[in-house]
Write a protein that binds this ligand. Sequence first.
Ligand SMILES: Nc1ncnc2c1ncn2[C@@H]1O[C@H](COP(=O)(O)OP(=O)(O)O)[C@@H](O)[C@H]1O
Ligand SMILES: [Mg+2]
Length: 288
Amino acid sequence: MKSCWIIYNGSLTSDKFRDQAELMKEAAERAGVQAFIKKNYEVLMNLHEELASPPHFVVFLDKDILLATYLKNAGIAVFNDPVVIETCDNKAKQYIQLATHNIPMPETIIAPKVYPNFTIEGSGYYEKVLETLGLPLIIKEGHGSFGMKVYLIETEKDFFEKVDALRGVDYVFQQFIATSRGRDIRVNIVGGEVVAAMHRSSQTDFRANITNGGVATVIELTKEQQTIAIRAAEAVGAEFAGVDLLFGENEQPLVCEVNAAAHIRNIYTVTGINVADRMIAYILRKLS
Ligand SMILES: Nc1ncnc2c1ncn2[C@@H]1O[C@H](COP(=O)(O)OP(=O)(O)O)[C@@H](O)[C@H]1O
Ligand SMILES: [Mg+2]
């Protein structure tokens, strides 16, 4: 019998992380795999001792990249691969990779690293960003989920305040796709195939995230939406991905982001498709 660990971040108190792990555990057990849920800090990364009773594979639902790397180096199959988790965990890094693969996306400028005593106004750099993207524009931190670190910047004053506050943080400037205000598509991909999709829309916010008030409905994807979502997941190397698509001019799909550990409860509720079953089936096929 195969065994697996399902790892989530035990320091996050919201129930949805545990719930995500439970969904995976049930799917693994349905497929005849012995599954153990572990909080990330329940695995002791002692580099001088062998890992006790390692599983055959790990479903990694966290962003503890060091732990993912540690487990991979111990010879365990980790899904997604730690390198992929790391790329996706930093939107700036991820956009560089998406652009390298010519994935259609909003015009994006990666912010430079600047230290605390740098004089922001008058450097010429930020003025150039404003000139290039115009207002409103989006500022998006590298690390962030559920829409929490994505800002719609409408005035120069807000712009300079935000860049001042983000010294030392990885972030990007991005064209605001006004045609997509308050709406997007979430596409779940497993092993290069679209397994489920939902349309999300919000009446109250430019962000369509459900956690942020977005309402989800089933959507039938166009061929182009499917192809772009699959290409985006491939571009970052993600075997499992939750790809967010925006609606550009004439509804042309643009990649908003690729999530390496997308939550799957909402898409299950909306579509009746349990992505966890597909993920486990994919892993078992790959390891057989
Ligand atoms: N460039 C953009 N133009 C318009 N809306 C955007 C843009 N980028 C993000 N959004 C909106 O903000 C939401 C959150 O952005 P996203 O990059 O997916 O970050 P998160 O990881 O927090 O979900 C998206 O689902 C979308 O509704
Ligand atoms: Mg998102």
